[in-house]
Structures are given as structure tokens and as C-alpha cells.
Design a protein. Structure first.
Length: 327
């Protein structure tokens, strides 16, 4: 029978899903005003499936709680982290702290990082930078800048953007995919295991875009032409780049129709019609993705379809997170 938790087949207790996070999002009172920004989804739902590595860069850099506001200021072409009330410049202290702490938390093995929006230290994008002529919104938090430079393949997201169901689903999917890759590396990455890993992720990768999907297929197919280390490094980079692309509705429809092709010879006319109708209603926005996928999973289990029974597209992360119910 098909495993009811396909996503767990590649998991391992010695390589837990582990996320970095801005401390205030866990409910710790470390904000500049002495408060916190506890996020219910992160703490109450996702928290049941992951280990957290919490960092408050500002507090750990030596700033008090509560503390005066800080902001990014452009000075002579350089962006500095400044306390406007006193004029104190925290840039060097923050960068030093960031380099140490990024090495600490990524050294534990991370599968992603959730950052506080609008924070001068943690924001991922669109942070206000003050200039002598006003301001612009193209800044990145100073801690996050170091994090992105030192861990370029790590999935990063702001908690505010996770309120968007599509962005939330994509981030969590990337997190669990990265964890599966780490498990593969820890337990012995070989050419044979790489082929197995790629095969299990084929439909999942395909919904993120045909270009990267095809490139990954060519890379795995030409494995004998590259040294092992180069092959594995190229695959890892392209794998994460592919998953970073948000899948479109029609990409999901195309993947579902492709998967349906493996079922059509074992289904009667009524069951075929039900699946195709559910896929079409999903395309029209009348049903969530969960419905056609649940129908297909039922028949994969019932009819024992080998290829589909291993496809993580059908179950890439815990169903308790209800990510496909909203997509």
C-alpha cells in the first residue's frame, strides 16, 4: 500500500527539519519596544514539525530592550545601521555579530529561515533606507544581508509574506525538500541515490517550471560525464533554484494531467470523469488542489501504481499544515 506520509520516507531522526527564525516571531519579548510579534502559524502549526534556531540580532549585538529605534542610512554611498536619536553607528558591531551567528546557526544544518519584516536587522526586502534627499524602499536588513551571502541556497522568507497561501505553501515545500537533500547527503550521497532522489521529486520539480526540470533531467542523465562532487554541487544549486520559482496554476494542471496518464488504463469511465472534472474545477478556481490530488492518491493506492506511489508531488509535506487546502 502507498505510504500515507510520502514526505516522511526521506526523513531521518538524526537530520530533523530545522529553521532559523527571528526571536520575536516565537513570542520572545525582544522588540525595540519591549514587545514581541508571535506568529500563530509558525508557532502553533509549523512549530510542531520543526526545530527552531532563534536569533535576535539587535539584542545579541548589545542593544537594550526596550531600545531607541535604529534604521538604515545611506552615507557617502555606504548603507549604515544608525541610531538616529543619538547618532550611534551600529554597523560594524552588527556585521561582526551577523558573521558569527550566521556561522553558528547554519553550522547546525538549516532547512530555511523566517525573518521579521520591516526590521533594520532582519527584513528580507523593501526596507526603508534613509538618504539625504528622503528615502527609498530597496533595503535589506543587515543581519539578513550576511545570511543571504553566506547561505545562498537557504530558503528565506518574511513572516508577513507567509500570510499569502501560495508563498506559504512554496516556502514550506522548499524547506522539506531541502531537509530531504540534507538527509541524502548525511546518509551517503551516491549517483544511484541521486537518481532515486531525483525520480521521487520529478513531478514536484516539473510544476515549478519545465526549463529547470529539463535541465535537472539532463544533468542526472549525463552523470557519468562529471566528477561526483561537481555533479552533486550542480544538482543542489539547480534543485533549489527550480523550487524557488512559484508554480502557476496551469503548471499544476499539466502535472496532474500527466499523472492521470498513469491511471487512465486502470480506471473506469466514471472514475476518469471524476478526476478530470476535479482538475478542471481546480483550474477554474472552484476547488482547492487538495481535491483532485486526493482522488488520484486514492486510486494510486487502490491500483498500486508504482511510479506514482513514490512521487512526492502527491504529498510533499505534512497534511496537518493544510497548505493545499488553501491553494
Amino acid at each position: 500500500m502507498i505510504d500515507n506520509r510520502l514526505w516522511s520516507r526521506w526523513q531521518s531522526e538524526d537530520v530533523p527539519v530545522r529553521l532559523g527564525i527571528s526571536s520575536c516571531l516565537l513570542g520572545r519579548s525582544v522588540r525595540y519596544d519591549g514587545g514581541h510579534c508571535r506568529d500563530r502559524f509558525l508557532v502553533d502549526q509549523l512549530g510542531a514539525w520543526v526545530e527552531w534556531r532563534a536569533v535576535c540580532p539587535e539584542q545579541e549585538a548589545g542593544m537594550s530592550t526596550p531600545r531607541p529605534a535604529i534604521r538604515l542610512v545611506e552615507q557617502e554611498g555606504d548603507v549604515r545601521l544608525v541610531e538616529p536619536k543619538s547618532g550611534h553607528d551600529w554597523t560594524d558591531t552588527m556585521l561582526g555579530l551577523a558573521e558569527r551567528r550566521v556561522d553558528d546557526v547554519t553550522g547546525d544544518g538549516l532547512d530555511g529561515y523566517v525573518l521579521k519584516k520591516s526590521s533594520p536587522s532582519c527584513a528580507l526586502e523593501r526596507l526603508k533606507v534613509y538618504t539625504e534627499h528622503g528615502s527609498r524602499k530597496d533595503g535589506v536588513g543587515m543581519f539578513t544581508r550576511v545570511l543571504a551571502e553566506r547561505a545562498p541556497l537557504l530558503p528565506l522568507e518574511e513572516e508577513g509574506r507567509l500570510n499569502d497561501p501560495l508563498l506559504r505553501a512554496n516556502f514550506v515545500e522548499r524547506v522539506f525538500c531541502r531537509n530531504r537533500w540534507r538527509v541524502l547527503c548525511v546518509h551517503g550521497l551516491s549517483r544511484k541515490r541521486l537518481v532515486e532522489f531525483h525520480t521521487a521529486h520529478k513531478l514536484l520539480l516539473r510544476c515549478h517550471g519545465e526549463v529547470n526540470y529539463a535541465a535537472l533531467g539532463r544533468l542526472v542523465g549525463s552523470a557519468g560525464e562529471l566528477p561526483d562532487q561537481e555533479l552533486f554541487e550542480q544538482y543542489e544549486r539547480l534543485f533549489h533554484a527550480a523550487l524557488a520559482e512559484l508554480p502557476k496554476i496551469m503548471a499544476h494542471v499539466n502535472v496532474m494531467q500527466h499523472a492521470f496518464g498513469y491511471l487512465k488504463d486502470v480506471l473506469d469511465r466514471r472514475d476518469k470523469a471524476a478526476i478530470l472534472a476535479a482538475i478542471e474545477d481546480f483550474r477554474l478556481g472552484l476547488l482547492p488542489m487538495l481535491v483532485p490530488l486526493s482522488l488520484m492518491r486514492f486510486h494510486v493506492e487502490k491500483h498500486q501504481i508504482p511510479y506514482l506511489s513514490d512521487q512526492l508531488y502527491l504529498d510533499p509535506h505534512p497534511k496537518e499544515l493544510m497548505l493545499r487546502k488553501r491553494a
